[in-house]
Every structure is written in C-alpha cells, then in structure tokens.
Design a protein around this ligand. Structure first.
Ligand code: F0G
Length: 467
C-alpha cells in the first residue's frame, strides 16, 4: 500500500465509550470540590481527558484477545515467558522482572544500585524516579543541556545530555559515587523531548571510560526512536523498531512504565543485562511486588503487555500517534498560544509563564491555567511546574523550576481529530481572557509527590499573595 503523507490512524474503531457533557456551573463546582487540582476531579466530570497518557491507551483487538489467554498460575505463568520473549526481541535486555508499574521498577532498581551519599546524574528529573533515588539515599543531579530549560529554543534534541556537565560531576564526586547515569527516552518534564542517538553513543563512550552504568527510563522509547528516525542525520531509512533496539543496546538496564508506549492500562518492568543485579531484583520483587514471574500483575496483563510492546514499535502506529499530537500543537501555534517548542511526542505543553505573565510563580500559574481550562470546557490537563517540582529534601525550600507548564497529554488511540479541534478552541478561549486569571494559593500540601493531592483556593482578584 502506498503511504500517504497524512498521519491518519492505521486502525478503525470497533467499540466506543460515551463521554459526559457538563455545564460551566457543574464544572466550577467540581473544580472547587477538587481543590483546584485536576488530579482530584472525578473522571465522570471530565469531557476530554488529557491528564496523562499513562494507562489511558485503547488496547487493540489482539490485546483484548490476549487477556482471554491469561494463565493465572501463581508461578511460571506462560504469559511471563511471552513477555520475556517480547522484551528480548524488541528491546534486547537479557533479564526481566515484571512490576505493577514503572515506579515499582524504580523502587527496586534504586534500592539495589544506590547507596546513601551516591550521586545520580540524569537528563532532567522525573517525579517518581527522583523520589526513589532519594529514598535510596542518592542525590539527583541534572545534566541535561541548557536548551531544555528554554521553552522557546527550537533545538530538536532537547533530551540530550551535556557531556561537559557530566564530566564536571564525575570530577567533583568521583566515578565510584555514581552508580549509574539515569537516561529517559523521551524527557517528560522537558516537554516530551527526545535524546539523539549520537548523544547517547557519546554518553556511552564517556561512561564506559569511567566504568559507570547507564540506566534507561524507557517509558516512551518508541516515540524517541521515531524522532530520531525523522530528524537525525543518517537515521531516516531505518525502522523505529531497529532504532529502539539500538537505543536499548547502549544502556545496561531499564525501568519501564508499560502504561505509556507499550499500550497497556497497567504494568511495567525492570530489565538488566547484569546477572547479579537480576538476582538481587528477583529477591526484592517478592517483598514489594509479587513473585518474579508476575511482579504484581495478572497473567493476562503480561500477555496484553507482550502484544502491546510489539504494536508500539510499528512505524505506522507511531507515525499516527505522534502525528495527532503534532496536529494539536500546530493548531495552537497557529492561534498564537505559547507552547514548548519543539512539540513533545506525548503531549503539548503550554508555557504558563508566557501565557500568564502577570502571575508570579508563587501563585502557581500552571496549576491555575489547568483549572481554568477544565472550567472552560471540561478538558482536563496537568500541571508540570512548581507544584510538581516539590521541595529540596534537605532545606525544605520550594524548587523554582524554569519550566512552568501545563501538559495536554494525548492518550494513544483514544481521541479523534475533532476532539483535538475542541481542545485547541478551549485553550484559545482561556487565552482570550487570560488577563482576568488570578492564580491560586496552596491550602494543603502532602509530604511526597505533592502535585497528586495538594489542594488550592483561588486568590481573590486584587488581593496580593502573602506567601
Ligand atoms: N518515568 C517516566 C518518564 C514517566 O513519565 C512515568 C510516569 C514514570 C517513570 C512512572 O511510571 O506511573 O507507571 O509508575 N508518568 C505518568 C505521567 C504518571 O503522567 O507522566 P508509573
């Protein structure tokens, strides 16, 4: 079949799930009850749910059929072996430990590899990843390139590591204090930005000289591989599957939230090429997740994951997936809305500092913008700014991240182009009345990962924030 340049979906829809339509009044009430935190809304009150691409994918008919083939034996389920085959075939890692989701894998891996006082450099933090590194006694150090902090920079590979920064960290602390470099494909908190293959190869050479591992957060590796195929010199003729496998081959182990790229509603794993790490992980998984052949998952979940992994690296799938995200992004650019450039592969990130320049970061502009967008149209987005960044674990001071973003995250294979049009129009309406948005005050702050459960109230118009 001739490939057109359109990104149209390589599937048709077999089953539908009705959406709830609400009135502005209902949404205002729901938002107030949710403490102006979109995480605390009831899904029933949401029209188009762009909170996350995590666990929200539509599974294929093959995956649903796979659920019926679940072998729910406590030990040695055949679905575990199918999953192990898929991980070896498509990612190339030698040893697999399933976990209930990504953070389960992060917990186990961090506890095995990190000693108190260790330093973990990485291409920007992710909330759960960094927390597990810290709970294991490590300190995360950001070694991403400076361009990643600038929402207006058009650099195509903002997920790249700044090798000079890494050299400095090694010089300062010594290689023996660095159990691994933590590399995410793609970088979620930078706005869904990819790392280039050339950068990863150079990183591999540098870390090899110092005897330091690379651990790969491969949550969105297929999307990263697609951007390498599209944009990196000499990579255009290769398949996404080939590039995915090469990325993995440049690393020593991985944690995976299969709820994203791998197209399942729940599941994850830890993978490693080192036998000793695998042995230790098998010991620990029974404490925190379940036996090493199910890791907190049902047999059927592992089957759906094995099939999802295969589907996720197909060129036609990933082209349509990223194509839809870019369609929304281009619409917003055409409307003059400030978004992070280049567009991310799993979502479009509104630049809340540019959108609401009259609000100081202490009145949580991105949180306020996400709340406004919901009240406007029932579109649910997520804050990725000062609330998500949390506090310094030693001083207790709030971090003030450069990036203050609202993420419009697109679930895979779920919404249509018409839904994307509604989203763009809703953002435009909020943009038109942006001057009247006043910001929020935090009235409840949980200890860990505060963005999930924090509560806020609106700052009255005219009132100066006292914080
Ligand atoms: N790493 C990255 C890059 C992620 O985006 C996530 C989850 C995780 C690890 C943790 O995986 O949720 O399966 O435990 N990100 C979700 C999101 C929550 O909305 O971006 P998990």
């Amino acid at each position: 079949m001739a490939r057109s340049s359109a990104w149209a979906e390589p599937f048709k829809i077999k089953m539908v799930e009705p959406l709830t339509m609400t009135t502005r009044e209902q949404r205002e009430k729901a938002m107030e009850e949710a403490g102006y935190n979109t995480f605390l809304l009831k899904s029933e009150d949401v029209y188009i749910d762009l909170l996350t691409d995590s666990g929200t994918s539509a599974m294929s008919d093959r995956q649903w059929a796979g659920l019926m083939l679940g072998d729910e034996a406590y030990a040695g389920s055949r679905n575990y072996y199918h999953l192990e085959d898929a991980v070896k075939r498509y990612y190339g890692y030698k040893h697999l430990v399933p976990t209930h989701q990504g953070r389960g894998a992060e917990n186990i891996l961090s506890r095995i590899l990190i000693k108190p006082g260790d330093i973990v450099p990485g291409n920007m933090y992710f909330t759960t990843t960094k927390l597990h590194q810290e709970l294991a006694g490590g300190t995360f150090v950001d070694i991403i390139i400076d361009e990643a902090q600038d929402p207006r920079s058009n650099f195509p590979f903002k997920g790249n590591v700044d090798l000079a920064k890494l050299e400095r960290v090694i010089g300062e602390h010594g290689a023996e204090k660095i159990p691994y470099v933590s590399i995410a494909t793609t970088v979620n908190m930078a706005g869904g930005q990819p790392i280039a293959l050339a950068n990863l190869k150079a990183l591999r050479a540098l870390t090899a000289r110092h005897g330091i591992r690379i651990i790969h957060d491969m949550t969105r590796v297929a999307e990263n591989a697609y951007m390498i195929q599209q944009l990196e010199d000499g990579q255009g003729g290769r398949s996404v599957a080939e590039i995915v496998k090469e990325i993995c081959s440049l690393t020593d182990g991985a944690t995976m939230s299969a709820k994203k790229d791998a197209l399942v509603n729940i599941g994850g794993f830890m993978a490693t090429n080192e036998w000793e790490v695998f042995e230790e992980a098998r010991n620990m998984v029974v404490v925190y997740e379940g036996l090493h052949t199910y890791g907190g998952l049902a047999g059927r979940d592992m089957e759906a994951m094995a099939i999802g992994i295969e589907e996720s690296v197909q060129d036609d799938h990933i082209r349509a997936r990223v194509g839809q995200v870019f369609y929304l992004g281009q619409k917003l650019i055409d409307l003059g809305i400030p978004i992070v450039r280049p567009m991310g592969t799993h979502g479009i990130f509104l630049d809340a500092k540019a959108f609401l320049p009259h609000l100081p970061q202490t009145s949580f502009p991105a949180q306020a913008l996400a709340a406004e967008l919901y009240m406007e149209s029932g579109v649910r987005a997520m804050e990725r700014g000062i609330v998500s960044a949390g506090r310094d674990k030693t001083t207790g001071e709030e971090y003030r991240p450069e990036l203050e973003l609202v993420r419009l995250t697109i679930p895979r294979r779920v919404y249509t182009q018409a839904h994307m049009d509604v989203v763009a129009q809703s953002v435009q309406r909020v943009h038109e009345r942006r001057d009247r948005i006043t910001g929020l005050r935090m009235i409840y702050e949980p200890r860990y990962l505060r963005f999930f459960q924090a509560r806020f109230e609106p700052i009255e118009p005219g009132a100066a924030d006292q914080r």
